[in-house]
Design a binder for this molecule. Structure first.
Ligand code: ASP
Length: 354
């Protein structure tokens, strides 16, 4: 009898110990800092001028002590730049580091602090090159850390809360800003100053952060992360791709300059449904034929697809079109596409899938 009671008591004790140990284990989130306004400092609390990429990741995180309640935070400074200076070198370094970290069993997710100017490009680059289902969340702010109602601390809290949630697994790379979760599949900065600057203009945002928890309302619609065919593991640089803007009277000046500079690819930010002036069209046709440059037509319009063949016979010129990928993200996809192929039909397939 005594042994039975002892056994029951002992199992109860083990169960309680198990529950309490589990309650203390928090998910491990790595915060990788790259700079931006979120790490910026202004002269006063209302100054509109400031210097991005000034404070360190530890200073940044000290403004959000409550994240320690939801995650075990580890921080690394990958760069400290305004994202207008983001470049291939930092992208490759960042993607390789993320891949290293997410392959570790004891890492549950990644949060990347980043300037908002080129955040859409970095988010898309990582969406195509990170090989994991674990949540990878980019976050920035529109107001510097010294401003009244700085949006950085709330955004960081939400980004970490998004990264620790089980529901965030397998959603591809995300951007969390202004209580919204945006997919890298359709991300665009749409306002120069507003804290709600990011939109998914074609597909709608993935969800919202509500009371510190993600509430998802759609799935990513494009291939990403574990389903991506792109691998940057052994790359030290990316093929050169330029973007050429169209407008009334636009000439072939910049196409010729890009070809001369050795561009391997050109993305056009065309008018309307990716249309370009006849002079640019002829110069691009020459670039494909004579120099083997890959050309992808995209549009300067915020939303809607750039479709094949509507006003331009793409097969005749060997052009591909971007569908829902805007010119800035098209440049990213074309750089990665060119690491695998120069065939315009194959590139076209990639633009419909990613
Ligand atoms: N120029 C800044 C940057 O992209 C703007 C920002 O972060 O909002 O780094």
């Amino acid at each position: 009898m005594k042994t039975k009671i002892f056994r029951q008591f002992f199992s109860l004790f083990l169960f309680a110990a198990f529950i309490s140990i589990n309650a203390q284990i928090k998910p491990t989130i790595y915060v990788l800092a790259t700079g931006g306004t979120i790490a910026g400092q202004g002269a006063t609390a209302v100054a509109s001028g400031y210097k991005p990429g000034t404070i360190t990741v530890d200073q940044l995180l000290s403004a959000v002590p409550s994240i320690k309640d939801i995650a075990d935070i580890k921080a690394e400074q990958v760069a400290n730049i305004g994202s207008q200076d983001m470049n291939d070198e930092v992208w490759l370094k960042l993607s390789k580091r993320v891949n290293e970290l997410v392959s570790q069993k004891d890492v549950d997710g990644i949060v990347i602090t980043h300037g908002t100017d080129t955040q859409e490009e970095t988010a898309y680059f990582l969406n195509l090159t990170v090989k994991s289902n674990k949540p990878v969340v980019l976050v920035g702010s529109m107001r510097p850390s010294t401003a009244i109602s700085a949006d950085g601390p709330r955004n960081i809290y939400n980004a970490v809360a998004c990264a620790v949630a089980k529901e965030s697994i397998g959603k591809g790379v995300m951007v969390v800003m202004d209580d919204r979760i945006l997919g890298a599949d359709d991300i665009a900065k749409t306002h120069t100053l507003s804290v709600g600057t990011f939109e998914n203009p074609n597909f709608g945002h993935l969800g919202i952060m509500y009371n510190g928890k993600p509430v998802y309302t759609r799935e990513p619609v494009k291939k990403h992360t574990t389903a991506s065919e792109f691998d940057i593991t052994n790359l030290n640089k990316l093929p050169r791709v330029e973007i050429i803007l169209s407008y009334s009277n636009a000439t072939s000046l910049f196409v010729d300059a890009a070809v001369k500079a050795g561009a391997k690819g050109i993305v056009t930010a065309g008018v309307g449904n990716g249309n370009i002036t006849t002079e640019i069209q002829n110069a691009l046709a020459d670039a494909v034929k004579k120099s083997g440059v890959a050309v992808v037509r995209s549009s300067r319009i915020l939303s809607g697809p750039t479709t094949q063949w509507d006003e331009i016979d793409d097969d005749k010129y060997g052009f591909s079109t971007s569908w829902y990928v805007n010119p800035y993200r098209s440049r990213v996809l074309l750089m990665l596409a060119l690491t695998k192929t120069t065939d315009y039909k194959e590139i076209q397939r990639m633009f419909t899938e990613y």
